[in-house]
Design a protein around this ligand. Structure first.
Ligand code: ADP
Ligand code: MG
Length: 263
C-alpha cells in the first residue's frame, strides 16, 4: 500500500500518468432484501483497464450491483473476485486493503461539509492509510490540479458548485491510488451546465488505464467512453455489448424499450 502511495504521489498530476487497474468478476451473484431478490444470478467479468457502463431503468439493481464490489452491501449468494481473489470472506485489515483498491463516487458527492476540499482528500490518507500530513497535502494538491481545482484546496464544499464538489469527490476517490473506480450516477444531481466538466474529468480517467464501472443515464457519454455496455433490468443482466452495437441494435426487447423511453 505504502509503496503504491509513495510511487504515485511522485507523479505530477498534470501528466497523463497510467493508473493501475484490476479485474472484477461476478460469479452467480445474488442479492436479496428480505424476500425481495434484487439481483439474480449475475455473471460478469470486467477486464483490467476496461470501462463498463451500467444502464437500466430505476430500481433495476444498478446501485446494488456496484455497491457490492467494495462491500458497501453484503452478498446474499455467489462471489465477487478482484484480480481473481475471492472477496466475500475478507475482514479487518484485508477488507480495508480491498477497499483501498476501489474508489467510489456517489451521486450526492458525500463530501464532509466541515472539511475543506483539501482536507476531504487527506482525511483517509492520514487517518486510515498512515500517510504523513505533508505528503497527504501534496497528494491532495496534485489531485485537485488533475481535476482542474488547484485553487480550491481551502474552499469548503458549500463554497463550491455542484460540479466542483463532484470533482473534489473524484479526487478523493483517487487518493489511495485505486485500481478500480466505481461511479453511481455521478452527474444525476448536477445542474445541466455542470455535467460536462465532470464528464470531462471522467473521460480523462477512462483513458488512463484504470478499470471503471459507471452507472449513468448519460447515453452520449456511455457511447463515447464505454468498452462495453451492460443493460440490467429486474435484477438481471439482459444484454452486454459494445456501445456501437447496444445503441444501434440492442439485442433484448426491454433494452430497445428502455432506449426508446430516452428519445
Ligand atoms: P437502481 O440503482 O437501478 O435504481 P437499486 O440497486 O438502488 O436500483 O435498487 C434495486 C432494488 O433494491 C429496488 O427495488 C430497491 O427498492 C431495492 N433496495 C435497494 N436498497 C435497499 C435497501 N437498503 N433495503 C431494501 N430494499 C432496497
Ligand atoms: Mg441507483
Amino acid at each position: 500500500m505504502w509503496c503504491r502511495l509513495f510511487r504515485r504521489s511522485a507523479v505530477h498530476a498534470a501528466e497523463p500518468s497510467r493508473l493501475q487497474n484490476a479485474s472484477v468478476e461476478f460469479r452467480n451473484v445474488v442479492k436479496t432484501w428480505g424476500s425481495h431478490r434484487v439481483l439474480n444470478n449475475i455473471n460478469l467479468t470486467i477486464a483490467p483497464g476496461e470501462v463498463v457502463t451500467i444502464l437500466g431503468p430505476s430500481g433495476s439493481g444498478k446501485s446494488t450491483l456496484i455497491r457490492l464490489i467494495n462491500q458497501l452491501e453484503t452478498l446474499s449468494g455467489g462471489e465477487i473476485l478482484i484480480d481473481n481473489q475471492p472477496t466475500r470472506a475478507l475482514q479487518g485489515r484485508k477488507l480495508r486493503q480491498l477497499r483501498s483498491r476501489i474508489g467510489f463516487v456517489f451521486q450526492q458527492f458525500n463530501l464532509y461539509p466541515h472539511l475543506t476540499a483539501g482536507q476531504n482528500i487527506t482525511l483517509a490518507l492520514t487517518s486510515v492509510y498512515g500517510v504523513d500530513a505533508d505528503r497527504a497535502r501534496s497528494r491532495a494538491q496534485s489531485l485537485l490540479a488533475q481535476v482542474g481545482l488547484a485553487d480550491k484546496t481551502d474552499h469548503y464544499p458549500s463554497q463550491l458548485s455542484g460540479g466542483q464538489q463532484q470533482r473534489v469527490a473524484i479526487a478523493r476517490a483517487l487518493a489511495p491510488s485505486p485500481q478500480i473506480l466505481l461511479f453511481d450516477e455521478p452527474t444525476s444531481a448536477l445542474d445541466p451546465e455542470m455535467i460536462g466538466e465532470v464528464l470531462q474529468v471522467m473521460k480523462g480517467l477512462a483513458h488512463s488505464g484504470i478499470t471503471m464501472v459507471v452507472v449513468t443515464h448519460e447515453m452520449q457519454f456511455a457511447r463515447d467512453i464505454a468498452d462495453r455496455v451492460v443493460f440490467i433490468d429486474g435484477g438481471e443482466i439482459l444484454d452486454i455489448a459494445p456501445p456501437q452495437t447496444f445503441f444501434t441494435r440492442p439485442a433484448h426487447p426491454r433494452a430497445r424499450r428502455f432506449l426508446q423511453t430516452l428519445l
